[in-house]
Design a protein around this ligand. Structure first.
Ligand SMILES: NC(=O)c1ccc[n+]([C@@H]2O[C@H](COP(=O)([O-])OP(=O)(O)OC[C@H]3O[C@@H](n4cnc5c(N)ncnc54)[C@H](OP(=O)(O)O)[C@@H]3O)[C@@H](O)[C@H]2O)c1
Length: 288
């Protein structure tokens, strides 16, 4: 296999699928991995199974393929094997990528933070996780930095899109339709990022020589409650059907303010729009 290939781990995932779509528009050859879901039968992508719990398999795959770029999106958010898959697995991907001299883009998350900062988190803020998932992603960052010093660690926020719809938006719309009874938090701040904006930015980043941490999140900071209301409006549903709650009402501690400062990304020319701007551009929201 030639050296121009991109290896996208988690090709069956939400972001992985968008990366494949955009890479194929750019004529980039992709090998993508799947784990439990059978991949779609796309002719332009070669699919390989991968289990991040198997370090030898990770090394064999990457050594055999010799990709020029690895974009590591695969992960697991919950147990079982959360740390092995999301934390240690990322470290093995990084070590194998470093060994063959491949550029590595590793996807991290805003929930590596405790959410107690009063302003947005910058690239120099150190991880301070308070959830098991946040701890696994923080460990992944540390292992990636140690194994692959020129890797890029992309910290992102809630990823959404409409074709197909993402799980966060689907959840909020189910609440707005009265199909679910959960409340949405008024004090959990996030910077939702449109999946196509993120995929385009990641592919541009892969072609740059940037190294280190960078925040790639949407330009607008919103609470989950505000975001749910906007989505409801965008789908012609009554936003008042969405009930708000405070994070403290949750039985488990959750990071509240995970807003990411994206001024560096903007200075470097990346375009990561805020939710209102995206909804307006898609003709789904007619507000100022
Ligand atoms: N979605 C968000 O809102 C969000 C927010 C912040 C950061 N992120 C980060 O963005 C990245 C992509 O998220 P996403 O929502 O697109 O993910 P996703 O849709 O949940 O997809 C996860 C991918 O990981 C694969 N996977 C799961 N267990 C695996 C294992 N043991 N070995 C190998 N692959 C395995 C899955 O394969 P199968 O489906 O085939 O099993 C799937 O392709 C993740 O790194 C995540 O931490 C996401």
């Amino acid at each position: 296999m030639g050296s121009g290939y991109y290896l996208i781990t988690g090709g069956t995932g939400y972001l992985g699928s968008a990366l494949i779509r955009h890479a194929s528009r750019r004529g980039i050859s992709v090998v993508a991995t799947f784990h439990s879901r059978l991949p779609p039968t796309q002719t332009e992508v070669r699919w390989r199974p991968l289990d991040l719990r198997d370090p030898a398999a990770i090394h064999t795959l990457i050594t055999e393929l010799q990709p020029a770029v690895v974009i590591h999106t695969a992960f697991r958010q919950y147990e079982p094997d959360l740390m092995a898959i999301t934390g240690d697995g990322a470290g093995h991907v990084a070590a194998a990528a470093a060994q063959i001299g491949a550029r590595l883009i590793h996807l991290s998350s805003d929930v590596i933070f405790d959410g107690e900062k009063s302003s947005a988190y910058t690239e120099s803020d150190p991880p301070s996780p308070i959830t098991d998932y946040g701890s696994a992603k923080a460990r992944a960052e540390a292992l990636v930095q140690a194994a692959h010093p020129t890797a890029v660690i992309v910290r992102t926020s809630l990823i959404y899109g409409f074709d197909p719809i993402d799980r966060h938006s689907a959840f909020a719309l189910a609440v707005a339709r009265g199909e679910r009874s959960e409340k949405l938090f008024r004090d959990e701040l996030r910077c939702p990022v449109f999946v196509d904006d993120l995929a385009v930015a990641l592919l541009d980043l892969a072609q740059s020589d940037y190294r280190g941490v960078i925040n790639f999140a949407g330009a607008e900071t919103l609470s989950r409650y505000e975001w749910g209301r906007l989505l409801a409006q965008a789908y012609g549903l009554d936003p008042d059907r969405i009930a708000g709650a405070l994070s403290a009402e949750s039985p488990v501690r959750r990071p509240r303010n995970c807003a990411l400062d994206t001024s560096l990304a903007r200075r470097l020319g990346y375009r990561l729009r805020g939710v209102r701007e995206v909804l307006q551009a898609l003709g789904r929201l007619h507000i100022s």
